[in-house]
Design a binder for this molecule. Sequence first.
Ligand code: NAD
Length: 496
Amino acid sequence: MDTLTHRIGGVAIESAKTLDVINPATAQPVRRLTMGDNATVDQAIAVAREAFPAWRDTPPAKRAQVMFRFKMLLERDAEAICQLISEEHGKTIEDAHGEFKRGIENVEYACGIPELLKGEYSHNAGPSIDTWSNHQPLGIVAGITPFNFPAMVPLWMYPMAIACGNAFILKPSEQVPSAAVKMAELLEEAGLPKGIFSVVHGDREAVEALLDAPDVKALSFVGSTPVAKAIYQRGASNGKRVQALGGAKNHAVVLPDADLDSAASTLIGAAYGSAGERCMAISVAVCVGDETADALVEKVADEARTLKIGPGNERGHDMGALVNAGHRDKVAGYIGQGVESGAELVLDGREHPLVESSPGYYLGATLFDRVTPEMSICREEIFGPVLCVVRVETFDEAIALINDHQYGNGTCVFTRDGEAARRFADAIEVGMVGINVPLPVPVAFHSFGGWKESLFGDLHAYGPDAVRFYTRRKAISQRWPRSEHKEKAQFNFPSN
Ligand code: NAD
């Protein structure tokens, strides 16, 4: 079995500790992963420290040229990288291509870095004084990423961080590490100086080494809420800039006037796509009125029963396996809790034939009706192919239910009523809102981020917020008085 190494300063490096990477569709190990420690992180920091000054001084237009080449290389190798994503994560190859394309959008955005880094300038801000402000890179920054988007989430971070002039150390999820290494090799091929992008594999030890290293100036994290919170607190108390995106529970409100056929079809994709392992997956449908709920449940159940489930790397499946045995069992446990708490189980994913017949970590699509807000299946993030239907009587009740929830990542309303849609967008306490769009993941030229327990820190990921996060502002005031102008000492605070 091959060993996947760290990529530090353009060199493949191994550590003594290893971990097997498992294919969730077969439950078989596919490669061994080298697992880093404090010393590995120190090594990545040392090469980054050496490479940073020259990269900081490289004109943004030249940095953009690296990004242009990187984009072309990503497109050249898309199929190979997406095969690796599907093999390690379990998602379908088509879905892997979907996340990959959305990831490349961020490289395209980073190609515009000369325009994005243009500062502001005021001529004659005072007598013979001009003032300008610019964005300067922070130095070494790090990213820690989750299992569910092996390419896209890292691409939310490092193209913009690097384009802004920083050096970046990525600690990808140990469950899906290969895409990160492939992309590091492509960045080198694109001409990125060695040391500006390194990949260090590992677990908590490597993450804590990054959190405690004084040379690491900022940290972007995406993962579960308990880890996000701990990382935010430790990083911030060490004086770092931290953005930590956490878990989610995303609600779709279905109003009685909605196009129910369209709502049901798009909801199925949003709930069961990637086996529900998406931070923007819709996991609760809040139906206003029993008639709406009855019709929606029937349509969703009919379509969900026909989903094609199987190995992600065989084309034509709608859903693949879940990422690992523990996670599959956890999701199945939630289905049990839903039944015990009195929710109506319309479709039971535990009964899918693959659950018994395949060694892979499969579960079928699950649908619960008559779920109530205090049930654990409604309160907690399940992160699996489980959709809960909650019945309410009024639109206000639906809004209050979402606003009372601990998470606030994404949400959606299905309606034909513009006034209701506008009210929803204004009143809902959630960071990303869809109107008849169940997965409102913003394109790369907007930023991505939730509210409440879904994000710790103030700046969102990618888009314009990435420039703010990965740079610091400096305001420079310069005076070139005319030679005939004689200065006198001034003791009052200078003003115009
Ligand atoms: P996770 O929190 O278990 O792991 C995320 C990363 O943190 C991994 O790289 C992991 O190695 C590291 N890590 C895990 N435990 C740690 C610890 N105790 N200390 C330091 N580092 C640790 O998350 P996951 O299971 O890989 O991903 C799924 C979660 O990510 C879900 O909760 C999902 O909602 C969330 N997610 C959120 C977003 C978002 O944008 N808000 C996007 C994708 C995924």
